[in-house]
Design a protein around this ligand. Structure first.
Ligand code: PFF
Length: 450
């Protein structure tokens, strides 16, 4: 095991640990909470197909791009761009990433806080089993004045405790055991959902695409969801790769991460939609969809409270393995550029996220009237970070790796000795032409500019 002591930069210790942490960053609320509600609001099956298309066409190449920049520089995001293109303005992309990571951390922690409320409610027997009572329970909770706020702060404090202990000890150990447990539980719930009365309708909603439901906004949302889910576009994977050992094969790690991440999102869809149709919930309920649907599934199972407690505990854990990677983006920046010690850098990041998170937490209740472009603060943060910052960040990184950095660096990072391997050529082609053009087209189209 390598340590993060002295002037030696921290590194993950094992290859399996690297995959587990990359997957740990990718798999989180994005798969289980955000994917189903985005799919539900954007027409189901067609959205899912677009999402999968973006994961593999743009997502995998962009993870590789972030990995290459991160590992070749072994620096925080801003320094990484600066090292590879000294004296140029590319480092500005790093600032967008740091900013977006704090925005995401703040609204994400609110939802992670909800998982804690549900966990405690299940453990203490407060979780109702009747559908309408469940609905009231949840609405009363999120519109309350203090509980959502308290849970957001508690979650951020727990995140602080893990992250301030350092990269290796905190992150790696947690990820290694929790992700497999989470996946097994999801598979079990998936099988259960397939026996619900609304199963065929739910599965049909998810697997029979109706492309008339797709417009430029849903395309942008599918792309934003793919980026969000893979933790790309703001430097999440870049920052993690700066801690990867040299032996890790970046291409393989990127593909494994994308496949597992997509698998979990589809499992979540197969769990949620049969229940949505069984219990008469609207697929378009938005951010609250999963939190109204899941308890209904659990509470109708024998020993429901135990299932609910187990599930919300694991969802909380999946959230924390993602938030530690988001936090790491700005912590690495504050540590290395602003010369703060790790504890101070972590405290500053979590402090800013707590203030912003508090506003997001209250935007379902007391602050719900504060709206920008018709969106609450929570929705605004989500929209701006996922549908603006991530695509823009992804596009810049793609152009940067495709056009700016030396081909030798790419080959070395991908462990390539002959430069004729077809997959590397394809990767560079996508990074140079396809990704920037696709992102720009979808982005401008959704703004109504073209
Ligand atoms: N990929 C995470 C999820 O799907 O929950 C969210 C995320 C993590 C986004 C880390 C960005 C990031 F840097």
């Amino acid at each position: 095991m390598l340590s993060d002591t002295n002037n030696k930069r921290a590194q993950f210790s094992t290859k399996i640990g690297v995959i587990a942490t990359a997957v740990g960053s990718a798999v989180g609320l994005g798969n289980i909470w955000r994917f189903p509600y985005e799919a539900g609001s954007n027409g189901g099956g067609a959205f899912m197909l677009c999402y999968i298309f973006f994961i593999f066409l743009l997502g995998v190449p962009l993870i590789c791009a972030e990995f290459i920049v991160g590992r070749s520089t072994r620096s925080n995001e801003i320094k990484a761009f600066e090292k590879l293109a000294p004296g140029k303005k590319w480092f500005l992309n790093g600032y967008i990433g740091v900013l977006a990571s704090i925005l995401i951390l703040s609204f994400y922690s609110v939802v992670a806080g909800w998982t804690l409320e549900f966990f405690i409610a299940a453990v203490t027997g407060r979780m109702p089993s009747d559908m309408s009572e469940l609905h009231d329970f949840f609405s009363e909770f999120i519109s309350g004045n203090w509980r959502p706020l308290v849970w957001t702060v508690v979650f951020l404090l727990l995140n602080y405790l893990v992250v301030s202990r350092g990269v290796q000890k905190g992150i790696e150990r947690l990820s290694n055991c929790l992700m497999p447990a989470m996946t097994l539980l999801l598979i079990a719930f998936c099988v259960n959902s397939l026996f619900l009365p609304g199963a065929s309708e739910g599965v049909g909603f998810l697997f029979s695409p109706d492309f008339s439901k797709i417009d430029s906004h849903s395309l942008l949302s599918a792309m934003g969801q793919a980026f969000f889910s893979l933790s790309i576009g703001l430097g999440g994977m870049l920052t993690y790769a700066s801690y990867f050992p040299d032996e890790v094969r970046l291409g393989r790690c990127a593909t494994t991460t994308a496949v597992l991440d997509t698998f979990v999102a589809i499992l979540a869809g197969v769990i949620i939609f049969p229940a949505v149709f069984t219990y008469g919930i609207s697929p378009q309920s938005g951010p609250t969809l999963v939190f109204e649907t899941l308890p209904a599934i659990f509470m109708n199972l024998p020993g429901g409270a135990i299932w609910a407690a187990l599930f919300f505990f694991l969802l909380f854990m999946a959230s924390i393995t993602s938030t530690i990677s988001m936090s790491e983006i700005s912590i690495a920046y504050f540590e290395e550029e602003k010369k703060l010690c790790r504890k101070k850098a972590t405290a500053l990041t979590i402090g800013i996220a707590t203030v912003l998170g508090a506003i997001c937490a209250l935007s379902f209740g007391p602050l719900s009237d504060i709206r920008f472009f018709g969106m609450t603060v929570f929705e605004l943060f989500d929209y701006v970070s996922s549908n603006v910052c991530l695509p823009v960040g992804g596009m810049v990184t793609s152009v940067f790796v495709g056009w700016v950095i030396d081909r030798k660096i790419i080959d070395r990072q991908l462990n390539i000795r002959t430069n004729s391997l077809p997959w590397v050529k394809l990767l560079i082609f996508i990074l140079r032409y396809i990704a920037p053009a696709a992102i720009a087209l979808i982005f401008l189209n959704s703004l109504g500019i073209i």
